[in-house]
Structure formats: C-alpha cells, structure tokens
Design a protein around this ligand. Sequence first.
Ligand code: GAR
Length: 196
Amino acid sequence: MKKIGVLVSGGGTNLQAILDAEKSGIIKSGSVVTVVSNKKDAFALKRAENAGVEGVVIERKAFDKAQDFDRAIVEHMKSRGVDLIVMAGFLCIVGEELIKAYPDKIINIHPSLIPSFCGAGFYGLKVHKAALDYGVKVSGATVHFVNGVVDGGKIIAQKAVYVEENDTPETLQRRIMEQAEWVILPQAIEKLCSAN
Ligand code: GAR
C-alpha cells in the first residue's frame, strides 16, 4: 500500500474525488495519509478532517525563501513516509528542493489540455477564461509529472471535454472537473500506486 500526500490550496474538490475513490475502491493500492495546505482557511482541510485524514498548514509566508518552504514540505512528507505527492489544486509553484526529493513521484492536475493554456499564471478560472477568449471548442484536463518546468512534465493522462455555446469560465470549469479531473486524477493515482 503506497502512502499518498496531497497538496491543496482551496476548495479541494479534487481531494474529495481522491478520498471518494479510495472509499469506493477505485484507488486500492494507495491511501491518503496527509493533506498539506498553503492556505489555512482552505475548505480542503475540512474535507480532510471529515474523512479522518490529517490536515496540516504550511504557509509560504512563514518562510523568507521559497527553498525553505519547499524543504518544510519535503520534511513533512518524509516524516509521514509519503511515497507519492499529488498536487490537487495546489496553486504554488514547487521548486527543485521538492522535485529532487521526490523524482517522478509528484503529479499535478491541470484544467486544460496541455500544452494549451498552461504554464506560469495559468491556474484556476484563469485557464478557462483563456480557453473561452481563444474560442477553442474542446478543452479538458491533464495529469502530469511535476518537473522543473511549470506544467512541463511528462503527461500521464488527459481527457477532452466539449466547450458549450454559452459557457462562462465557471460553467466550463465545473464541466471539466466533473467529466475529466475527478475521473482521471484518481485513475492516474491508482495506476502509479499499483505500478511499483
Ligand atoms: C482545479 O480545477 C485544478 O485543476 C486547478 O485548480 C482547481 C482546484 O480545485 N489547478 C490548477 O489550475 C493548477 N495549475 P479544487 O481545489 O476544487 O480541487
């Protein structure tokens, strides 16, 4: 059984999808042992609590250097014996310290079909606004490994979702979450946990 550490910043619907998938048996080769939020008021922490999973706050502003923030996350994950780190709506960019400590063991969910609408500055609703402004007819979500390039690591899974006529960033975000993110993230986690 692999130990999973989840990094969150906000509402935590992807965290919920992971916790639900564990319960329903979609994820059977791993278990969430800790949830780390960089925001102390993130609703994701409540979801962790409701599921009986430890929730911890590690704030970027508690550290002068980004490197020290990364190191604190590494130390916490190591202390819990975490094998796989899942960035589920974690809106901080992680640095070398963390990436080197967990090579090919950190994955992220991004709400577009990479390489479209990704990279620094593309997060949350901004991604969906950019997709609608461009006028694409299909968007979706991507699960990928985290390396030194923002949203640039090897792709693990993608799912396409149609854009509809009167979509707003909010309606598109919701459809992509429901049809793609909450489906492919748990599947990718099980695939990685069962692999080695
Ligand atoms: C999700 O749509 C996730 O894909 C996105 O933030 C949202 C978090 O929602 N992540 C990014 O934009 C990363 N670049 P959640 O907290 O409800 O899971």
